[in-house]
Design a protein around this ligand. Structure first.
Ligand SMILES: CC(C)(COP(=O)(O)OP(=O)(O)OC[C@H]1O[C@@H](n2cnc3c(N)ncnc32)[C@H](O)[C@@H]1OP(=O)(O)O)[C@@H](O)C(=O)NCCC(=O)NCCS
Length: 169
């Protein structure tokens, strides 16, 4: 299965670029994953931490990175997804606090939407904590529709919403 290539036609704010982790030489990937893990730990409770080291070894799991395009190359966000033949599961998306609400999250999701437009997959699905308002706004703004709601999905009292973006006619 081909790796995801990030198009330059995305409407990214100037000064940022998106890159697939696999576009980096193998030697650089581990230090990027270490930086991602640091952001992950700062952002999410321990029960929701993604194990990048093991998950990214899985054949169909990939990561898109948002970085500053200047010489600092600072990592500002990431999106992890799993691709099956007809479906993309959006596992994780995060933009560092000081770079939020600039359109970076939306561009990361749009990079996945390109999959749909190219015709390989019919749908992107995800689960989101009902209480995560910025994330819900992002997904709504990208056209996702709620298709399920599950009480206690993330633990006692934390409802999960299943959302889908589909291009199936
Ligand atoms: C969710 C998250 C990735 C959004 O990233 P972002 O780069 O700030 O999002 P964008 O700037 O692209 O905004 C996309 C849309 O969501 C809206 N939005 C984003 N954050 C918002 C907020 N705090 N309040 C209200 N609306 C918000 C924007 O206004 C925009 O709407 P528009 O397209 O109608 O203008 C970011 O807030 C984040 O990393 N949160 C912590 C991690 C998380 O909750 N991840 C999701 C679960 S895995």
């Amino acid at each position: 299965m081909s790796q995801f290539s990030v198009s330059s036609s995305l409407d990214l704010p100037s000064g940022y670029i998106l890159k697939d982790l696999t576009s980096f030489p193998p030697k650089e990937r581990q230090s990027i994953v270490t930086k991602v893990t640091r952001i992950e730990k700062k952002t999410f409770p321990s029960s929701e931490l993604f194990d990048f080291n093991s998950e990214l070894k899985k054949k169909n799991t990939s990561m898109v990175l948002a970085m500053k395009s200047d010489s600092s190359g600072e990592l500002v966000g990431y999106l992890v997804y799993l691709r099956t033949n007809r479906l993309v599961l959006l596992h994780k998306i995060c933009v560092i606090e000081q770079e939020r609400e600039k359109g970076i999250g939306k561009c990361l999701v749009h990079s996945l939407q390109q999959h749909l437009e190219k015709g390989g997959c019919y749908s992107i699905q995800l689960w989101v904590d009902e209480a995560r308002n910025p994330a819900r706004k992002l997904y709504q703004s990208c056209g996702f529709q709620q298709i399920d709601r599950c009480l206690d999905y993330y633990g006692a009292g934390r409802t999960g919403l299943k959302m889908q973006l589909s291009n199936e006619k």
